[in-house]
Write a protein that binds this ligand. Structure first.
Ligand code: NAD
Length: 370
């Protein structure tokens, strides 16, 4: 059927094509059973692009990504390309896409599926029902600030320098993403910084507050020092709905929050840019995990992180929240039957393959849609 849902699919390397295959089966299912179809273009990124084109991503692929409603990426990298110069490695393809698309807001949900409560290192009552979203600023802050480098001061002494720097527009735009997300969730944002010891933190706090007071008064805003936030995440994570924070603190807090819920094979992410004149927001969706060369080609990868990333695309790029809910519920139901890939299988139970997981998901979706 006719469609204006334009998605660029970049399976990448290692387990990337295997887990993306499962998503494509669900896309086919949606076409047949929900009459929701996509215009899908597939292209190369990472090592696969280096082998075919001599670069981890070509200008033509970047152009397609810029024009897509959403980009869905598998994973990049692997031992075959480990010895290349840093500027030519597979990961550069990913970094270039993020940079050229100006994807400044990185969304990392931490959701604890009921069936996986025991996979968390925390007590079940602390994590059961957990559903929080970390919004990390992705294109500014100390990872990009100038001056940076290592100086030789003479006399055997060296000095390493990085600069934490934020401008008001950089803070305002990521804060707006957090407030807009909170409106679609439980209406709460906690902003984390170190305003007690950093001027950039003072600016962060003031600008987030200003954005809030300028049209987002319906959202509850609290401020927290980032070190306290790290502690609260393990003490009582369910107090949070959306957490917004800078690049450095977000790097750490999002990993911490993610691991509250168990396995790397379950973690989706989204990176969002600005809304253009046609109302379309640039967006890339990808699992948090890498290309897992140790299990690639063995039909044992967990495809759920990539499938849940697709569900995020449905929710945030295509405004198909009901379909996203359906997929997330299908994941929950399949896990509840005990069918799990090796990374999340319960001790003493036989794991299922990637393709068996795909079949189980389609069977569950059929049952739910009947
Ligand atoms: P990794 O995430 O690929 O793997 C870490 C461990 O988790 C491995 O034991 C792997 O088997 C397991 N694992 C990961 N995803 C899994 C899944 N879906 N199902 C089951 N098990 C899974 O990280 P790594 O080993 O540090 O890196 C491998 C390669 O991936 C490197 O080249 C690295 O640069 C690259 N990498 C890419 C990305 C990305 O594309 N976004 C992210 C991280 C690492």
């Amino acid at each position: 059927m006719a469609s204006n849902k334009n998605m660029l699919v970049l399976p990448g390397d290692g387990i990337g094509p295997e887990v993306m295959g499962v998503v494509m089966n669900v896309v086919d299912w949606m076409d047949k059973r929900r009459a929701v179809s996509f215009d899908i273009q597939e292209d190369l990124v990472g090592g696969a692009a280096i082998d075919a084109n001599g670069a981890p991503v070509t200008d033509a692929t970047v152009e397609k990504a810029m024009n897509a409603d959403a980009v869905l990426l598998g994973a990049v990298g692997g031992p075959k390309w480990d010895n290349l110069d840093f500027s030519k490695k597979p990961e550069r393809g990913l970094l270039r896409l993020r940079k050229d698309m100006d994807l400044y807001a990185n969304l990392r949900p931490a959701i604890c599926f009921k069936a996986l409560v025991s996979a968390s290192t925390l007590k079940p009552e602390i994590v059961e029902g957990l559903n929080i979203m970390i919004v990390r600023e992705l294109t500014g802050g100390v990872y990009f600030g100038e001056p940076r480098g290592i100086e030789d001061l003479g006399g055997g002494i060296r000095r390493g320098i990085n600069t934490q720097v934020y401008t008001t527009p950089e803070i305002q735009r990521v804060a707006r993403v957090a407030f807009e997300l909170a409106r679609k969730r439980n209406g709460k944002v906690c902003s984390a910084e170190k305003a007690n010891v950093m001027e950039s933190g003072v600016l962060w706090r003031e600008e987030v507050q200003k954005q809030h007071d300028d049209g987002f008064e319906d959202v509850e805003l609290t401020h927290m020092y980032a070190d306290n936030c790290a502690m609260q995440l393990v003490r009582n994570p369910k107090q949070f709905d959306v957490i917004v924070t800078d690049n450095l603190f977000g790097d750490m807090l999002s990993d911490e929050a993610a691991m509250l819920t168990g396995s790397l094979g379950m973690l989706p992410s989204a990176s969002l840019g600005d809304v253009d004149e046609t109302g379309r927001r640039k967006a890339m969706f990808e699992p948090v995990h890498g290309s897992a060369p140790d299990i690639a080609g063995q039909n044992m990868a967990n495809p759920l992180a990539t499938l849940l990333s697709f569900a995020m695309a449905l929710r945030y790029s295509f405004d198909l929240g009901d379909d996203a809910d359906l997929i997330e519920q299908a994941v929950e139901n399949v896990l509840a039957t005990g069918k799990r890939t090796a990374d999340i299988a319960e001790a003493g139970t036989a794991p299922i393959s990637t393709t068996a997981m795909s079949e189980a998901l389609i069977t569950e979706l059929d049952k739910m849609a009947a």
